[in-house]
Design a protein around this ligand. Structure first.
Ligand SMILES: [Zn+2]
Length: 208
C-alpha cells in the first residue's frame, strides 16, 4: 500500500502537476471555486472525476451520508464549510450529491445483531437521516414496488436541500437570486446522474 501511494504521488508530480504547473502556480495565491459540493465520504464517489473538474473549481464538504445538518442547534464542520463557502468565498452554487448503495442510508434499516461492533458516533450522526427515512417509508407504504434504499438516498438529498434553504444567509441569497441549489443522485453501477426537479419534485435523468 505504501509503495502504491508513493508511486501514485510520483506519477501525479511528474505528469499531472508538470502539465498543469501554470494552474497550480495561479492557485497557490487564492481560490475562486464556482461550486460547492456536499457529498458522501464513500470511496466510490469522486466529485472532481464526475464533473471533470480541475483543482480550484470545486469546494467540497464530505461526510457520512452527504448530510446537511439543521442550522440550529447543531454546530459542526459541515456547517463551517457551508458558511465559509457562501459567506467568505461567495460561491454561487451548491450541489448536494447523493448516490446509490449508500451505506449510511442502508444503515437506517439495519437490525443490530449480537456481538456486532459498536459504532456510537455513526449511529448518532445518522440521526440526521431520520426525516429522509420517514419520507421514504411513507412512499413505499403507498407503492411497495419502489426501492426503499434508493428512495431514502433521494429523500436524503431533498432534506439536505431543505435544510440549506433554512440557513439564514442562504435564504437571503436565494431571495435575491444570488445562489442556486441543486440535488443530484449518482448511480455508481451505470454512471447515470439524476437531478432533482424542484417543479415536478422528481429526480430526472440528466440528458446528454
Ligand atoms: Zn454514501
Amino acid at each position: 500500500m505504501e509503495k502504491l501511494q508513493k508511486e501514485g504521488y510520483s506519477t501525479f508530480l511528474n505528469e499531472y502537476f508538470k502539465k498543469n504547473s501554470d494552474l497550480f502556480s495561479q492557485l497557490s495565491k487564492n481560490q475562486t471555486p464556482h461550486t460547492m459540493m456536499i457529498t458522501c465520504s464513500d470511496s466510490r464517489i469522486n466529485p472532481s472525476l464526475l464533473l471533470n473538474a480541475q483543482p480550484g473549481e470545486l469546494f467540497i464538504a464530505r461526510n457520512i451520508g452527504n448530510v446537511v445538518p439543521a442550522y440550529q442547534p447543531a454546530k459542526g464542520s459541515t456547517q463551517a464549510a457551508i458558511e465559509y463557502a457562501v459567506n467568505a468565498l461567495n460561491i454561487p452554487k451548491i450541489i448536494v450529491l447523493g448516490h446509490s448503495n449508500c451505506g449510511a442510508c442502508a444503515h437506517m434499516y439495519h437490525e443490530p445483531k449480537e456481538g456486532e461492533v459498536a459504532l456510537p458516533h455513526v449511529e448518532s450522526w445518522l440521526q440526521h437521516i431520520v426525516p429522509a427515512k420517514s419520507a421514504a417509508m411513507l412512499e413505499v407504504h403507498a407503492d411497495d414496488s419502489k426501492n426503499i434504499f434508493e428512495l431514502t438516498e433521494k429523500h436524503n438529498v431533498i432534506v439536505s436541500l431543505q435544510r440549506l434553504m433554512e440557513y439564514p444567509y442562504i435564504q437571503s441569497r436565494l431571495v435575491k437570486d444570488e445562489i442556486s441549489l441543486e440535488g443530484w443522485w449518482f448511480d455508481i453501477g451505470t454512471g447515470k446522474v439524476e437531478t432533482y426537479n424542484f417543479s415536478t419534485r422528481y429526480f430526472e435523468s440528466v440528458v446528454e
